[in-house]
Design a protein. Structure first.
Ligand code: SF4
Length: 238
């Protein structure tokens, strides 16, 4: 199964920019962006980010306001501040032994950086990897990580896996099974998340009087450190 997977990947694997580097900072940027944003949306933003801030030190020197502005459109804006804080920590103290000590870095992201940047033999297990392992009943090694990401994202899909074109089908005990719909993320339209994101976009364009804004959204953004309220004016942190 491992050989079938790697042969398939050699032919069908996606050419993604973060797969062409072993730079730990670049890989951290890609992984944080990919946490909650689709690959196709991340690619141009990842390239633009690295052009603007090619190193952890350059990001660390940036103003939080600029980091938040650059993140606009990727969603879940707290990730931008956490990435900025992580860059400052790395610049001041180096990479920690336990990468989960970095702000916004959980087990999966830490394992991804350890595997793809530092060459550690660890398999980062995200939803795609977990699904393929569960369905096949196999445990794969770290060399299979990127292949598992792509198989899970393009063939072994959550609800209707495309077993007909799957390189693992011959040996897979779950071949041709159907699955219940996955629990979907609640719709953005009309949600508080959307109100927050619209409010942040307004403030990112320019500082505004509190009276012009959604005050509940401002309070939540302020609690997360994404905006500051001085007097009755709301602005990005500097
Ligand atoms: S045969 Fe079907 S269920 Fe098994 S790994 Fe391939 S796509 Fe997934």
């Amino acid at each position: 199964m491992r050989k079938a997977l790697l042969d398939w990947f050699a032919e069908h694997g996606r050419d993604l920019p973060w797969r062409r580097t072993r730079d730990a900072y670049a890989i951290l940027v890609s992984e944080v962006m990919l946490q909650q944003t689709q690959v196709s949306r991340v690619v141009p933003r990842y390239l633009a980010w690295l052009e603007r801030w090619p190193t952890a030190a350059s990001l660390a020197a940036a103003l939080p306001a600029d980091v938040i502005r650059e993140w606009q459109g990727l969603g879940y804006n707290r990730r931008a501040l956490n990435l900025h804080r992580a860059a400052r920590q790395i610049t001041e103290r180096g990479w920690p032994d336990d990468l989960t000590d970095l702000p916004g870095v959980g087990r999966y992201t830490a394992d991804a950086v350890r595997a793809f940047a530092f060459g550690k033999p660890v398999l980062p297990v995200d939803t795609n990897v977990r699904r393929v392992q569960e369905r096949t009943g196999r445990r794969f090694d770290s060399a299979c990580a990127q292949a598992l990401f792509d198989l899970g994202a393009t063939v072994c899909l959550g609800r209707v896996p495309r077993c007909r074109i799957c390189p693992l089908a011959v040996q897979c005990p779950s071949r041709n099974r159907r699955y219940e719909p996955l629990r979907r993320q609640p719709p953005l339209e009309g949600s508080f998340r959307q109100r927050r994101s619209q409010t942040l976009r307004l403030v990112a364009a320019r500082a505004r009087p509190l009276a012009e804004l959604d005050d509940e959204a401002v309070a939540a953004l302020r609690d997360d450190g994404l905006v500051e309220v001085t007097g009755a004016v709301v602005r990005l942190p500097v």
